[in-house]
Design a protein around this ligand. Sequence first.
Ligand code: SAM
Length: 252
Amino acid sequence: MSNHKARKRFGQNFLIDNRIIEQIVATIAPKFDDNLLEIGPGQGAMTLPLLERVKQLNVIEIDRDLIVMLNNLNKANLVIHQGDALKFDLNTLPTPIRVVGNLPYNISSPILFHLLENRDKVVDMTFMLQKEVVQRMAAKHGSKIYGRLSVMMQAFFEVELIFIVPPESFDPAPKVDSAIVYLKPLTQSKVRNTSLFEKIVKTAFSQRRKTLRNCLKSLLSQEQTTIDLSQRAEMLAVEDFITLTNDYEKQH
Ligand code: SAM
């Protein structure tokens, strides 16, 4: 490959295992006319096989040295955007978009929330993330790892852990296992007021050891909801958080 020195601050762990790369591309199963957006193409490990499958591929990369390398590939169907994926305006792309990427782990949650806000333009997303993050995204209520990320993702997406990827598949090797996750926006999410829902979920999980009555006391009392507030947030299903939000709205 190249002599690019991986930059920790950009979460650079480059995929080097061709079998894994093939498996990811097979999971994405790109069609020629798909509007694909790759976040963090790096040195092109996934980009090159994807370019063989689609009419056009948009990529957003922050590292200017890697932008030079990507430009040097001289691929006519590769559209390169230099910048921060967190600030990237999806309205500039043809829609609907299929988003893919081996994400920089240090900013994976902010990227997921940025895409959550833009989910109306998205068909689906296939990402490599830390295994632990994917497990939290897919966790069910009652589990210790169920939290804000689980509720926010499952309220808006179908979340599926596809397969686990070991550290040796990357250079440099991360300290933890990774996993491929598939996210598909729910066609009919029951959440009506997204920002209020987000606020309630965040507040409910603000102190995990306390009861909901305690965490939510500035927002809602037991008389104002059918949800039993003597429980902790981790016991509530995604649907229950939607009920809480609706009950709050009825009162205000
Ligand atoms: N896709 C490549 C691969 O699999 O080998 C690289 C993956 S590496 C884990 C993450 C990539 O995201 C790096 O190329 C890094 O420079 C880029 N990146 C980091 N922060 C970014 C940001 N805020 N916006 C866009 N790209 C970013």
